[in-house]
Write a protein that binds this ligand. Sequence first.
Ligand code: GAL
Length: 387
Amino acid sequence: MSTKKFAAVAAGLTLAMGLAACGGEGAGSDPDTDGGSEGGEAVEGGTIGVSMPTQTSERWIADGNAVQAGLEGAGYDVDLQFANDDIPTQSQQIDQMITQGVDLLIVAAIDGTALTGQLDAAATAGIPVIAYDRLINDSENVDFYVTFDNFEVGVQQATSMLVGLGVLNEDGSEGDAEGPFNVELFAGSPDDNNATFFWDGAMSVLEPYMEDGTLEVPSGQTDFEQAAILRWQQETAQRRMEDLLTSAYSGGDTELHGVLSPYDGLSRGIITALQGTGGYPATIEEGLPVVTGQDAEIASVKLIADGTQFATIFKDTRKLADQAVISAESFLAGDEPEANDTESYDNGVKIVPSYLLESDIVYESNIQELLVDSGYWTEEQVESGQA
Ligand code: GAL
C-alpha cells in the first residue's frame, strides 16, 4: 500500500526545523543522532499517523503538537489523533489511519497490550510503527521505540523522596536524617509498560531503606498491584490516599512523612487528600508530607515553587518529539533508525530497538535552571501555574 518515501529535506535542516518548531534551546544538549537521509532530494512527502492517548494531561498535548510541528517542518502531512484514554477509540483511530494509507505510525499506547491487531494490519500494509514513550507489547510489529530511561526515572523519583526526607542530599550524598519515616507508595497504570519500569527503578532504591528500618510503610501496601492507579487517574489516586489515611493514619498517632508518586497528576490528587482528609498543612515546611512526581506539569511546578509538592521528574518532551521525527525520517528513507539501547525493552515477543533519553530531578532550587532557562516554561507560567 505504502510507497517508498524520501526525506523531504537534508537531515541537518530537518533537525534545525524540528528544534525551531519546538521552540527553544532545550535543557542540556540535543540528541546527536542523525538518522535522516543525507541530502535526499524531495520526491514526495508522505502522511504520518500520530496516535496520542489523551488530552487530559498537558504533556500529551505538548507531545502531539511537537511531533506534528517537527514532521510538518520536515515536509510530511500529519494525521494527529487523541483517544480520550479510551482503548476502543485509539484502536479505531489507528485502524482508520491504516485504511487511509499513512506511510508510518507513531503511537503512544493507552494499553500497551491492546494494539496487536492494529500492528498486524500495519505490518501487512508495510507501515513501520514507532512506539512513542510507551512500549507496545505482545507484537513483533513494533519497529522502534523512542522513550526515556524509564528505570532511571523511577530511581530519580525514589531518590527525590529520600532527599525530601533528609536521608540523602541533593548531590546524592548521605543526609543527616535517620528516620524511621512513614511513607506510602503509588504506582502508575498497570496496562502501561512504563509503570513497572518506574516502580522497579524506585524500589531498587527504596528496598534497602525499607529493610533497615529507615522507611516504614504503615499501610503494608508494598506490592505494585496494591499501589497501581488505573489510567493514571488523579481522582483514583486521591481516593486511594484518602483510604490509606483513614485506615492507617487515623487516631492521630501515626504521622505520614513521604509519598512516592510516579506522575504529577497523581501527586496533585494525593496532595488534595493530604490537605483535606489528612488535615495536613499547606506546605512541606509546615509539616505536609514530601510528595514526588513526574512530567514537570505546570500546575505541579507551581506547587514545587510554593513549597507544596517536593519534586518532579523533567522529561523534555521536545527532545522526545525530535527523536521521533528523526526515527521516522530514517524509516521513510529506507534506513534503520539509530538505537542506543537494544537490551532493555522486551515486549514479550522481541527486544525492541530503542532510543532512550535522559531525565532530571526538579527541585525548587533548580526550576529556573532546568525549566525556565531551557525555555520549557516561562517565569510567568511558573508563577501562575498555567500553561
Ligand atoms: C507514562 C509516561 C509518564 C506520564 C504517564 C501519565 O507513560 O511515561 O511521563 O505521562 O504516562 O501520562
